[in-house]
Design a protein around this ligand. Structure first.
Ligand code: UD1
Length: 388
């Protein structure tokens, strides 16, 4: 019998693990008792607010974590170190055959290192993404995890090439497609039935709904998400972005902005929060659910984001997307690879120029190879067929 521990820690992990767990359940229904997979879900607890964690479990029908390490917030070293200490105990008690990690958050790094030192095989779902930017904590997490993993499951051929270029043997690499798109495909119909004005009312940060009623032609709004340290941790950068959206977006159309906790904290500490609170055409929301984000993305005229996952969702939904970063580990989403996303960094002149071009573009949905909704099955098969 196979025993697998899979690990989640932060919001972007949840939509990646949901289809994997479903694939295990389907496998277990089909096989005799002695062949069933014993699966343990570990949540490191890096994200803990209901709006950042529990709501995603409920919506995506992820079973409650078997073990929650309760790590919470902290510096990178604190989060990583405490996760390793707690996860080591879990591994010693459970002795799984495999640890499956997803994405590039601190949980991914901490748990892959710990498992390897316990001589447990590691499988990385979403392997091979590279931004080349060593100032990003996620890039460090990706490099270390991929270097240690026994099985590297890549979302696209560019990622496969990255792994090969780093000398990882072919026998460890499988091209499986993008597991997040399994979740998108499974839920887009349900999400499409949500009402946009209800999403807004339910999640409004301020108590002033009159500012926020959307016009009937709901496709005209812009949608913004921002949480990267490179955009929100320095006052002059965050201030210039805020100024741009107030002066040049909200002057023309509604902008909906679900605020990440980190961004809200920084806005408050830089005394910028008052500048955006109760501004006409600017709708500030608490962190919203997966379905709500999907619905808002499906109907947005344009997306501005620094999230990698949202770049990918825009690719499949076709939403014109300005990526507020100087590089991306997901080049397949960029216009030069047929995608809908353009890198604009945080240079306001560049954002202005590309915004003017993108805001009038039509939706151009695109499906990179194997982003077909069946990635989780291929991930599980790769683990079961592993012969290392
Ligand atoms: C983490 C991931 C990032 C991912 C992002 C999505 C790493 C290195 N980074 O960054 O790759 O894109 O998640 O959200 O793992 N906070 C709350 N409530 C919560 C969680 C966090 O208020 O439930 C606060 C924390 O106290 C902290 C801030 O939000 O001040 C940032 O949280 P943190 O876990 O450090 O990383 P993220 O910026 O969310």
């Amino acid at each position: 019998m196979h025993k697998i521990i899979s690990v989640v820690g932060a919001r972007p992990n949840f939509m990646k693990i949901a289809p994997f767990i479903r694939a295990i359940n389907i496998f277990n229904w089909r096989v005799e008792d002695e062949s069933k997979i014993e699966h343990i879900l570990v949540h490191t607890g890096q994200h803990y607010d209901p709006a950042m964690s529990d709501n995603f479990f409920r919506e995506l029908e992820i079973p409650e974590a078997d073990i929650n390490l309760g790590i919470g917030s902290g510096t990178h070293a604190e989060q990583t170190g405490q996760t390793m200490m707690a996860f080591e105990k879990v591994l010693k008690a459970e002795k799984p055959g495999w640890v499956v990690v997803v994405g590039d958050v601190n949980a991914t790094l901490a748990c892959s290192v710990t498992a390897k030192k316990e001589l447990i095989k590691v499988c990385h779902i979403e392997a091979g993404l590279r931004s080349g930017d060593m100032t990003m904590p996620e890039e460090i997490n990706r490099l270390v995890t991929d270097r240690l993993s026994d099985l590297l499951l890549a979302p696209d051929m560019l990622s496969v090439q990255n792994l090969k270029a780093e000398g990882i043997p072919d026998s460890k690499i499988r091209f499986v497609g993008n597991i997040m798109i399994d979740t998108l495909d499974a839920n887009r119909l349900k999400a499409s039935h949500l009402d946009i004005n209800e999403i807004i009312t339910r999640n409004l940060i301020h108590d002033y709904p009159a500012l926020c009623a959307l016009s009937p032609e709901q496709e005209s709004y812009a949608l913004l998400t921002l949480h990267r340290p490179s955009n929100v941790d320095r006052k002059e950068i965050l201030e210039s972005i805020v100024q741009f959206i107030l002066d040049e977006i909200c002057s023309q159309r509604v902008l909906i902005w679900p605020l990440h906790p980190r961004t809200r904290k920084m806005l408050e500490s830089f005394d910028l929060f008052n500048a955006i609170y109760r501004q006409e055409n600017l709708i500030l929301l608490e962190p919203i659910s997966y379905f709500e984000m999907l619905k808002l993305n499906m109907n947005a005229k344009i997306m501005l984001t620094d999230s990698g996952g949202i770049q990918e969702e825009c690719t499949v939904l076709g939403t014109p997307c300005l990526t507020l970063r100087w590089n991306t580990e997901r080049p397949i989403t960029l216009s030069e690879h047929g995608g809908v996303s353009v890198l604009v960094g945080n240079d306001i002149d560049r954002i202005r120029e590309e915004y003017a071009l993108a805001v009038n573009k039509r939706r151009m949905p695109m499906r990179p190879e194997l982003w077909d909704g069946h990635t989780a099955e291929r991930c599980l098969r790769a683990i079961l067929e592993y012969e290392g």
